[in-house]
Write a protein that binds this ligand. Structure first.
Ligand code: RM4
Ligand code: MN
Length: 385
């Protein structure tokens, strides 16, 4: 097996439980038949994505959306389906209490509640065996003067410290950032630098999560990747793509070239191997397209970008760079990007005993028809629920 094939075979992508549920814009959530009604049904769908792609063996949970009585039992259920439970995502953005913020709220009682939720999520990680506590805070303010920007940073640090100190074993914190929304004037963790600084302050178990949709348009995300890898502070991705704001479209749909550039920095930094410790997650919403094939498609898009990144002739690139040969250096990247890697990936899948075309195989499998027939009654999971 070639090195490229070996790297592609070892690649891992984590799917998000919430991407299997209904979602929409603030205007409308269009419900789809067959959508899961329980954490178990979401996990079953994630297992189907893994079955057809072979590289998505873990599924991230979101609490309380995926709240159950017995997390060890849920973990055992996942194993039976052929997957494992991945990152535990906190949700401190949907209660009325959080109108003025969660961990940065001026009210200490609300801060306590939000911090306790983070601690509860670490308890869940103990039960599921999950390594990652993923934190995204919707905290921020809408108007200048609404609250003290600097005090909010102190409150954020205090809450993070408490959660951090609760971690044991190989557990770690992934701190996500987002430029704006739902807060419109100042977000408390708006960018990678803020996340990075808090992670450094916390210690080595805290690393940055890059959600590709959470930047200003035009941001050079691969630069952030290169910088954080150099500092050993990149812990995870939330992949999705966007045309305008936080669109949460399928990874690689809006800008496959950007995804390639990101994956090139990953390959260049030696960070593709799961042993390096980066959690390559998806964080998407499928508002109008069928969910399971859309997630399969996203996994394939990341695979394609990765294959192209692996095909970059690094020797030729380095030589051109050292020679100051601008055009040759750029050509080394573009030649790899312009390679059709679909035949290579078809081979990788065939070698792994998979159908070379995962979307087509899913469509033929009858699973979609089965869930539409079976999942009748009950409350569908999702943003509208
Ligand atoms: C947020 C953020 C989080 C995700 C939620 C659903 O915008 O990206 O990662 O947990 O959405
Ligand atoms: Mn995210």
């Amino acid at each position: 097996m070639t090195d490229v094939k070996r790297a592609l075979t070892a690649q891992r992508i984590e799917t998000p439980s919430w991407a299997f549920g209904n979602s929409g814009t603030r205007f409308k959530v269009f419900a789809q038949p067959g959508v899961p009604r329980s954490p178990e049904e979401k996990i079953a769908d994630a297992a189907v994505v893994h079955k057809f792609t072979g590289i998505a063996p873990t599924v991230a949970l979101h609490i309380p959306w995926d709240k159950v009585e017995d997390y060890a039992a849920l973990s055992a259920y996942a194993q039976d389906q052929g997957v494992k439970l991945g990152a535990i995502n906190t949700n401190v953005f949907q209660d009325d209490d959080y109108k003025l913020g969660s961990v940065t709220n001026p009210d200490p009682g609300v801060r306590r509640k939000a911090t306790d939720h983070m601690l509860e999520c670490v308890d869940i990680m103990d039960a599921t065996g999950s390594r990652d506590l993923k934190l995204w805070f919707s905290d921020g303010i809408n108007y200048p003067g609404q609250d003290d920007l600097r005090n909010r940073q102190d409150r954020l640090h205090a809450a993070l410290r408490e959660a951090y100190d609760r971690l044991t074993g190989d557990q770690r914190i992934l701190l996500e950032y987002k430029l704006f929304e739902p807060a419109f004037y100042a977000t408390d963790v708006p960018d990678w630098g803020t996340s990075y600084a808090h992670c450094v302050e916390l210690g080595e178990r805290a690393t940055v999560c890059i959600d590709t949709g959470h930047h200003a348009p035009g941001t050079n995300i691969e630069f952030i990747v290169a910088f954080l890898l150099r500092q050993r502070k990149l812990g995870a991705f939330d992949f999705n793509s966007r045309f305008y704001a936080d669109d949460d479209l399928m990874a690689g749909a809006a800008d496959p070239f950007q995804l390639f550039r990101i994956m090139y920095e990953i390959v260049r930094g030696g960070a593709l191997d799961p042993a390096y410790g980066i959690n390559f997650m998806l964080d998407q919403c499928h508002n109008i397209e069928a969910k399971i094939p859309a997630i399969i498609r996203s996994v394939m898009n990341i695979q394609e970008a990765t294959a192209k990144a692996l095909l970059v002739d690094r020797d030729a690139l380095t030589k051109a760079q050292n020679d100051g040969d601008v055009l040759e250096a750029n050509a080394a990247l573009m030649d790899a990007y312009n390679t059709d890697v679909r035949p290579l990936l078809a081979e990788v899948r065939a070698d792994a005993g998979l159908d070379p075309n995962p979307v087509a195989a899913y469509k033929r499998s009858g699973y979609q028809e089965k869930i539409v027939a079976d999942r009748v009654g009950g409350q569908q999971a999702g943003w509208g629920a």
